[in-house]
Design a protein around this ligand. Structure first.
Ligand SMILES: Cc1cc2nc3c(=O)[nH]c(=O)nc-3n(C[C@H](O)[C@H](O)[C@H](O)COP(=O)(O)OP(=O)(O)OC[C@H]3O[C@@H](n4cnc5c(N)ncnc54)[C@H](O)[C@@H]3O)c2cc1C
Length: 385
C-alpha cells in the first residue's frame, strides 16, 4: 500500500542515511558484527552520525542542529536500521534522538541549552534516560534513588539498572526522588554528567539480544549534582515523563513494524530460493498463507503507526493511542519474527542469518518502554474501566 507520510525531503534523508549505514555500520568503515560481539558501538560512530546530520535533527540551528522538528525523520532512521538488520546499533541512536532529546529541548534553561545541545547534535555528548531501578520498573513512583538538597547542590544516592547507552552516555537524565515522602509528586529529573564524582557504571549487562547495545547498571554514591543541572522544575519529573512517553512508545512501535517488514522481506527471498521436495518452499500453500497473513498484519500496523506519526507532528498523539501502537506493534513483531524464522528451518536458528538476530532482538520490545501489560492498563483506564 502506497504511503503518503513522506515528502521528497524525507526520501533524500533516507537515501543519505542508507549510504551512512552502508559505509559506517556495515561496509568499509563499519564492523557491526564486531560491535555485536563487543556489546557496544564505538563512540566515534555517534560522532560520524552527528557529522552526517543523523543526530539531534530537532535541535535548533543556533545550537548546531537542523531545526527540523519532524518525527518523520526519526522514523526514517528507525526503519532503515531495521531494514539493514542492525537494530541494536539503531537502538542507541533512536534512544538519543527520539527519547532523550525531547527532554533537553522542552525543559532546558538557556544556559543548559548552550552547554549541551551542540554536543548532542554532534554526537560528542551521548545521552541516556535512567528511570528503572533494581527494585522497581513498572511502578516508577516507588523509585528510591534520592536527591537531597544541600546549598547549591543535590546529593544523589541510589542505583539504576538496564540503562540503554549506559556505558557510552555522557549525559544521563536521572529520575530521582527530591521528596521521598511523596510518590509521583516527589519525582524530579536532573542531568548527571560523565565526570561527576561518585557516579559509577557497572558492567555492560549480557542480554539475549540487542547485542551491539550497551545496557548497564549505574550507581550514584553521594554524587554532588549542581542545582543548575535540574531539568525543569523540582517535583515535576513525573509529569515530564508522562508527557514524553508517547513519543518514546511510538518510536518503539515504528521500529517494531519496520523490523517485522524486514523479516518478511528476508523470508520472501529465502522461500523463493530454498527447495524441498523438488519445489521452492514458498510454493507450499502453508508458506503462502503464513506470508500472506504476516504481510497483511504488517501493512495494517504500518497504517496505524503512520497515522500516529502525523498525530505526533500535529501535537495530538494521545497517551492511549501511543500505548496501543506500542503493545500491538511489538506483539506483532514477536509473532512475525517467530513465524518467519520457522520458514528458514535450521538456518533460522543460526546467528549468521539476520532473522535469528531479529528474533533475539525482538523479545525485549514487549518489555521496555513500559511493559505491554502496563500499556493495556493505560488503554483500559481510558475506557473508564
Ligand atoms: C534491554 C533493556 C533496555 C532498557 N532500557 C532502559 C532505559 O534506557 N532506561 C530505563 O529507565 N529503563 C530501561 N529498561 C527497563 C524497562 O523499561 C523495564 O524493564 C520495564 O519497564 C519493566 O520493568 P521491570 O523490569 O522492573 O518489570 P516489573 O515492573 O517487575 O514487571 C514484571 C512483570 O509484571 C508485570 N506487571 C507489573 N505491574 C503490573 C500491573 N500493574 N498489571 C499487570 N502486570 C504488571 C509487567 O508487565 C511484567 O510482565 C530497559 C530494559 C531492558 C531489558
Amino acid at each position: 500500500m502506497k504511503r503518503s507520510l513522506f515528502d521528497d525531503v524525507h526520501e533524500d534523508f533516507r537515501a543519505s542515511f542508507r549510504t551512512f549505514l552502508a559505509r559506517e555500520v556495515l561496509g568499509e568503515e563499519g564492523r557491526y558484527g564486531e560491535w555485536e560481539r563487543e556489546g557496544i558501538v564505538p563512540r566515534e560512530v555517534f560522532a560520524a552520525a552527528g557529522r552526517g546530520g543523523f543526530l539531534g535533527m530537532a535541535v535548533p540551528e543556533a545550537y548546531g542542529g537542523a531545526g527540523a522538528e519532524d518525527f518523520r525523520l526519526n522514523l526514517v532512521i528507525g526503519e532503515e536500521t531495521q531494514r539493514a538488520g542492525v537494530g541494536s546499533f539503531g537502538l542507541g541512536i533512536t534512544l538519543h534522538n527520539d527519547i532523550c532529546l525531547p527532554y533537553f529541548l522542552s525543559y532546558c534553561t538557556e544556559p543548559q541549552r548552550e552547554r549541551w545541545l551542540d554536543g548532542i547534535a554532534s554526537g560528542e555528548l551521548i545521552t541516556a534516560l535512567a528511570m528503572t531501578e533494581p527494585g522497581i520498573g513498572s511502578d516508577l513512583a516507588a523509585m528510591s534513588t534520592s536527591a537531597r538538597r544541600e546549598g547549591d547542590h543535590y546529593v544523589v544516592n541510589g542505583t539504576k539498572t538496564f540503562i540503554t547507552n549506559g556505558i557510552n552516555a555522557d549525559l544521563v537524565i536521572l529520575a530521582v526522588k527530591t521528596d521521598p515522602s511523596e510518590r509521583h509528586r516527589g519525582i524530579s529529573l536532573m542531568v548527571v554528567e560523565r565526570s561527576m564524582e561518585g557516579f559509577e557504571r557497572g558492567r555492560n549487562l549480557e542480554k539475549i539480544g540487542q547485542h551491539a547495545q550497551d545496557t548497564a547498571e549505574l550507581s550514584f554514591s553521594d554524587v554532588r549534582v549542581p542545582i543548575d543541572n535540574l531539568l525543569g522544575q523540582e517535583s515535576e519529573g513525573f509529569r515530564y515523563l508522562v508527557s514524553n512517553l508517547p513519543q518514546e512508545r511510538l518510536s518503539i512501535a515504528a521500529s517494531a513494524v519496520a523490523a517485522a517488514e524486514a523479516a518478511i522481506g528476508w523470508t520472501l527471498e529465502y522461500v523463493r530460493e530454498r527447495q524441498a521436495f523438488g519445489q521452492p518452499i514458498g510454493s507450499f500453500q502453508s508458506s503462502r498463507f503464513t506470508l500472506a497473513e504476516l504481510h497483511g498484519e504488517a501493512q495494517i500496523a504500518r497504517v496505524f503507526v503512520d497515522r500516529c506519526t502525523q498525530a505526533l507532528n500535529d501535537g495530538e498523539l494521545t497517551a492511549e493511542d501511543a500505548a496501543t501502537a506500542k503493545w500491538w506493534c511489538t506483539d506483532l513483531q514477536g509473532r512475525v519474527v517467530d513465524r518467519c524464522l520457522q520458514l528458514f528451518g535450521g538456518y533460522g536458528y543460526m546467528l549468521e542469518y539476520p532473522i535469528a538476530r531479529a528474533f533475539a532482538d525482538a523479545r525485549v520490545t514487549r518489555i521496555y518502554g513500559g511493559a505491554n501489560e502496563i500499556m493495556k492498563e493505560i488503554v483500559g483506564r481510558s475506557l473508564g474501566l
